[in-house]
Design a protein around this ligand. Structure first.
Ligand code: ACO
Ligand code: LMR
Length: 264
């Protein structure tokens, strides 16, 4: 009989062996002919299934809203400095991407983890926030350098409006809003930020779409798929900043002495 040699790699998301490549079993011609968008491609390659249009539209809105936030944020700053040091596109891009983490753009997975755990255990916002404080952990998804209770993040409002209109349930997002109400009573900068909005709303998407089992949702949250949305989105802006600096023929960046406190 046939002897099957063991393979060194297992792959379940795409196949390039046939006449045309397939993403999660869907051939490229269907993707083009049926007018699929980048949200559909993310659904196929990340979640291995076609999601309903409101879900793929939501994913696309996340990508568009997080694509850039000006030249002053950590990621863009690193990219700009790297491009001005004469480095190539990939180096400038990854220099910016490497700043994405627990404080900047990479708090989406932890926001989803903590909001889900607190909601599922029926903790009041007070119990949740104060228990985090006791553990010395900042609430992921809460707080912003420039946004305030009286100067909300428009991106968060747009995501909330879309979800309230199209999602069957926004229970995790409403919980995050209750948490925000409590944190805002402590300090004006402790708003629900875009990471927290995406983290909580993606929980609603996963739970409300009927497309995922409870076990699959737990796995997605545990593995941490959601920071990928920010990484993917912000790459668009970081590439733009690289081209901008090259186009402007900007010289090597050197930080001004006046802006450094030299002290012993
Ligand atoms: N939870 C609880 N308390 C907080 C939080 C939070 N998320 N954020 C700030 N505070 C409180 C703390 O008491 C903090 O004092 P500490 O330094 O003793 O902990 C105080 O506010 C002042 O904090 P600052 O450091 O001045 O706040 P800053 O403006 O530097 O931080 C930041 C902004 C990094 C976003 C912060 O709020 C934070 O760590 N949030 C959680 C991580 C997060 O969600 N990041 C994503 C931001 S959105 C984005 O990057 C696209
Ligand atoms: C961002 O999207 O980069 C921000 O929310 C962070 C910031 O400080 O503006």
């Amino acid at each position: 009989g046939k002897v099957r040699a063991p393979t060194h790699i297992i792959s379940t998301i795409s196949d390039d062996r046939g006449e045309e490549p397939c993403y999660a079993g869907v051939p490229m011609s269907s993707i083009v002919e049926q007018g699929y968008g980048v949200g559909d491609v993310i659904s196929l390659l990340w979640f291995k299934r076609s999601l309903p249009r409101y879900c793929t539209h939501f994913i696309e809105i996340c990508i568009m809203l997080c694509a850039d936030h000006g030249p002053c944020v950590s990621g863009a700053h690193n990219t700009i400095v790297t491009a001005r040091a004469g480095k190539d596109l990939v180096s400038s891009l990854v220099a910016g991407l490497l700043t994405i983490g627990p404080r900047f753009g990479g708090a989406i997975d932890d926001a989803a983890r903590y909001f889900k755990d607190a909601y599922d255990r029926s903790l009041t916002p007070y119990e949740f926030v104060e228990s985090m404080k006791k553990k010395g952990i900042r609430v992921p998804g809460i707080g912003h350098r420039i946004k305030r209770g009286d100067n909300r993040d428009k991106r968060v409002e747009l995501l909330q409006l879309f979800a309230r209109t199209h999602f069957p349930s926004v229970k995790y997002m409403e919980y995050a809003v209750q948490v925000e109400n409590y944190t805002l009573s402590k300090a004006n900068n402790l708003v629900l930020n875009v990471d927290g909005a995406i983290g909580s709303l993606f929980l609603d998407l996963l739970a409300g779409s009927g497309m995922f089992t409870k076990q699959e949702i737990d796995e997605i949250v545990e593995i941490g798929y959601l920071n990928g949305l920010f990484v993917l989105a912000r790459s668009i802006g970081l590439i733009g900043h690289t081209f901008d600096q090259k186009r402007l023929k900007q010289p090597l960046y050197r930080h001004p002495w006046e802006d450094v406190l030299y002290t012993k």
